[in-house]
Design a protein around this ligand. Structure first.
Ligand SMILES: *Cc1c(COP(=O)(O)O)cnc(C)c1O
Length: 389
């Protein structure tokens, strides 16, 4: 850097300590859906550019230090695996699943300003804030014990409000139990109730990246009835910077686009300046993995999840998984184990998320810790309650 002095040895020491702390924290990590097995070093050289993806990735803007071409390829990749109409898709790379959800809801609200939003009590905590920001009336729908939306409650609630357009936020892979709301069931209910003005946004933050490879398939994508889908890029795929993807229908975004002469583009995105490095990371990861690589990544995670569930059961722990899930749900663990493995807790449950980098050896170590613990499982301690109810 020009005109700046070197870091003091104290500051350098602080960096060194940070690096060691991050390394330790990264290597004992089972509770959050973040992949850590990435290597983007080939892209290091791009940190010398002030990349900014300002504006709509599908429009030509004035600012050219950008990665819009790669961003469009990332969007096209997900549009394809989410079975969007090849002639009617649009999207952009966001700062994460939360922004992608905000965008889906924004689009829905612009199309149906008088609508009511419905989402289940297992929905991610950020959604309630998004709905508040957009000032849309909303109703929380009950969840079934496995975390999936209670369709009967949904149907009854919509019936009582059937004079209003309906926005449904479905979740494909809930935060705690990785439950998947069935988009085609939601769509059928709306059809039965003859609700014509409706919009379905599917929050697929974690499971969207492997949803297309599930056997048997579970309905969540455009062909199943979604109008927009969001994912987090730093979860299943992995990225050093939080990132996300939003895929919507081009025809819907066209209805809200407004041209801005200052940037020579459309102001179709939530933020103005946009991270241009994260589309590059996603592009690089997708190019290296391809469909086959993603599929294999999922298979590997699924196998570790099956193993984890079986091992926990073998020591008498009441563990279970939703269909096709890489998340193993178990009773809340003692605090020392929760802290060591960074396990998220909600109410009485905890979970292990078998992301692609989680190995059977780590599972063995975790199970061993549980087997040997003398701490009580029901130990009372403060924990954040993430539930919405
Ligand atoms: C993680 C997650 C989000 C939020 O995504 P960020 O990328 O962290 O902003 C939203 N919904 C679900 C279901 C999630 O798991």
């Amino acid at each position: 850097m020009a005109n700046t002095s070197q870091l003091s040895s104290e500051d350098q020491q602080q960096l060194e300590t940070l690096k060691q702390d991050l390394t330790t924290a990264r290597d004992t990590f089972l509770g959050y859906p973040v992949s850590k097995d990435f290597d983007y070093s080939e892209l290091n050289t791009f940190f010398q550019f002030p990349i900014n993806n300002l504006g709509d990735p599908f429009e030509h803007g004035t600012y050219r230090v950008q990665t819009h071409e790669m961003e469009r390829e990332v969007i096209a990749f997900f549009a394809k695996i989410f079975r969007a109409n090849p002639k009617d898709f649009w999207g952009y790379v966001t700062n994460g699943g939360s922004e992608s959800n905000l965008y889906g809801l924004y689009l829905a609200r612009e199309l149906y300003p008088k609508a009511m939003v419905y989402y289940s009590e297992s929905t991610h905590y950020s959604v309630r804030k998004n709905i508040h920001l957009l000032n849309i009336p909303s109703i929380v729908i009950k969840s079934q014990p496995n975390g999936e939306m209670d369709y009967e409650d949904f149907e009854n609630t919509v019936r009582m409000n059937r004079h209003k357009p309906v926005i449904v936020l479905t979740t494909f892979g809930t935060t705690m139990k990785e439950a998947k709301d069935d988009v085609s069931k939601v769509k059928d209910i709306l059809k039965n109730l003859a609700i014509q003005d409706h919009y379905i946004h599917c929050d697929a933050a974690l499971a969207g990246s492997f949803g297309p490879f599930m056997q048997p398939r579970l309905p969540f994508d455009f062909m199943d009835g979604a109008d927009s889908i969001s994912i987090s890029g730093h979860k299943f795929i992995g990225s050093p910077i939080p990132t996300g993807v939003l895929i919507a229908k081009r025809s819907n975004r066209d209805r809200i686009a407004k041209g801005i002469s200052y940037i020579g583009s459309f102001d179709t995105t939530i933020t103005g300046s946009r991270n241009g490095h994260s589309p590059l990371f996603l592009w690089y990861a997708l190019k290296r993995l391809g469909i086959e690589g993603l599929k294999q990544r999922y298979q590997q995670s699924l196998e570790v999840a099956e193993y984890c569930e079986a091992q926990l059961k073998s020591i008498g722990i009441d563990a279970w998984r939703n269909p096709n899930a890489i998340t193993v749900v178990l009773p809340k663990t003692p605090k020392r184990i929760k802290d060591k493995w960074q396990l998220a807790t909600e109410g009485n449950i905890s979970h292990v998320i078998c992301m692609p980098n989680v190995s059977k050896t780590q599972i063995d170590e975790f199970v061993n810790d549980l087997k040997n613990t003398t701490d009580a499982f029901s130990e009372d301690e403060f924990s954040y309650d993430f539930s919405l109810s």
